[in-house]
Design a protein around this ligand. Structure first.
Ligand code: GLY
Length: 425
């Protein structure tokens, strides 16, 4: 736990916020996104923002696949995740396009061909992160046609191929079936599932829905501790499907709660509830959310891992951005209006706090500051991240009515659940 005061069950917007604060945050976001648009024009083609260090983007080639590389000592092999974040830059450009910025739309559109080949990449579960912000969002906002969005459907089919035949989890890392990775499953996958929910709803591919549902149900059962915190990484026996062990890759330790993992759980299960209407998903989302809100410092910015109680614990604002989106999704889909309103107001309150982390410095790259890419690996520990920038914008667009919930989700939650739920603006 951080020693910053936590909020317990309640959570309030910043004291000085008023009705127009969310609008102001959206404007600040757009302004920072315009800076990202302009600096992208100066970049070498094929390179995309990953995380910032010392105020500058660490750029990664879009075709960098996950692989085994050499460590600095060259004695041990280390796993490289490759480029799993390029899609977020596209997403930020498409969010800017909501404001009528045709230059941003044109810039994103002209670079989609560089990303499209990743749709058949069988070395990562992060196809949702790569293809939902880049292809699905503009498809849903009318910027791409069916034919132009075809790589997203191809990516969904590739992701579904990662389903383990024995127990149905989606393999997280490495080439499909690779003996070193076949048993890996992470909580992050929950927020790659939206690509499958979308493809299933849009193209009627029931198998994609079943793959997502199966993975989500298994994760709801096996990723939680009794207190509602989540593990980051599960290992299964890839042949028999049994759970072998649980721990972390990016958190502080096997028994700690990595705050971004907790946020992936909130929003991933909230999305799964919207897609399926199943109480098991809702229960998992609210369990994750309850832990998150109980441990969140009053300033709304979580430590990178909830176990880090050091006075100078690094923050991860990207975790808060992801969690804010999850709270809004719960607020828009829960049938119980009173419960829905609580979630919605937590989401907007959190966005009110995150407004203070939006970069307004022309000399610095990135949009959402105070984020942490990977503390254990000492990468991007106090800066911006592609995912933080994107999910903040998506949540602000939803909170401000620039996008409706159906467009954000990529399907109509009412149609899926076949019953009327509470719907917030
Ligand atoms: N691996 C996904 C993340 O860093 O959150």
């Amino acid at each position: 736990m951080s020693d910053r005061e936590t909020v317990g069950a309640g959570f309030a917007a910043p004291a000085d916020s008023n009705g127009s604060a969310l609008g102001a945050a959206w404007e600040a976001y757009l302004s920072a996104a315009r800076r990202e648009r302009d600096s992208a024009r100066e970049r070498e083609p094929g390179l995309y923002p990953h995380y910032t260090e010392n105020g500058r983007w660490h750029l990664l080639a879009v075709d960098a696949l996950s692989s085994w590389g050499e460590t600095a000592s060259s004695e041990r092999l280390a796993y490289e995740h490759g480029n799993w974040t390029a899609g977020f830059w596209f997403g930020v450009m498409w969010l800017l396009a909501l404001d009528g910025d045709d230059d941003a739309a044109q810039l994103a559109s002209s670079q989609l061909a560089a990303l499209a080949p990743r749709s058949v990449d069988t070395t990562t579960h992060d196809l949702g992160f790569l293809f939902s912000p880049s292809f699905v969002l503009p498809f849903e906002t009318g910027r791409l046609t069916d034919a132009e969005a075809a790589p997203a459907l191809a990516a969904a089919r590739t992701l579904a191929r990662r389903r383990n035949a024995s127990s149905g989890y989606i393999q997280a890392f490495g080439p499909i079936g690779d003996h070193r990775f076949a048993g890996t499953s992470t909580i992050d996958t929950m927020l790659n599932l939206p690509l499958l929910w979308w493809a299933a709803a849009t193209y009627g591919e029931a198998e994609l829905f079943d793959v997502a549902r199966h993975h989500a149900r298994l994760s709801a059962r096996l990723f939680f501790r009794a207190d509602g915190s989540t593990y980051h990484l599960n290992h299964y026996d890839p042949l028999g499907g049994e759970l072998l062990d649980r721990g972390t890759f990016q958190g502080a330790g096997g028994s700690s709660c990595w705050s971004r993992g907790q946020a992936w759980a909130i929003t991933g299960f909230a999305w799964a509830y919207a897609a399926t209407g199943e109480m098991e998903m809702l229960e998992a989302a609210t369990r994750a959310a309850t832990y998150f809100w109980r441990h969140l410092p009053a300033d709304g910015i979580p430590p990178w891992d909830f176990s880090d109680s050091s006075p100078d614990a690094r923050c991860d604002a990207s975790a808060a951005a992801v969690a804010a989106l999850g709270a809004l999704i719960l607020g828009g889909t829960l049938p119980d209006e009173a419960a829905a309103a609580v979630h919605w107001s937590r989401g907007t309150a959190l966005l009110g706090h995150l407004a203070a982390c939006i970069n307004d410095d022309d000399e610095q790259s990135g949009i959402l500051l105070q984020s942490c890419y990977s503390k254990p690996h000492d990468l991007g520990v106090d800066g911006s991240t592609g995912f933080g920038d994107y999910f903040l914008g998506l949540a602000l667009a939803l909170a401000n009515g620039r996008l409706d919930l159906r467009t954000v989700l990529g399907f109509d939650p009412e149609a899926r659940r076949g019953r009327k739920g509470a719907s917030r603006p």
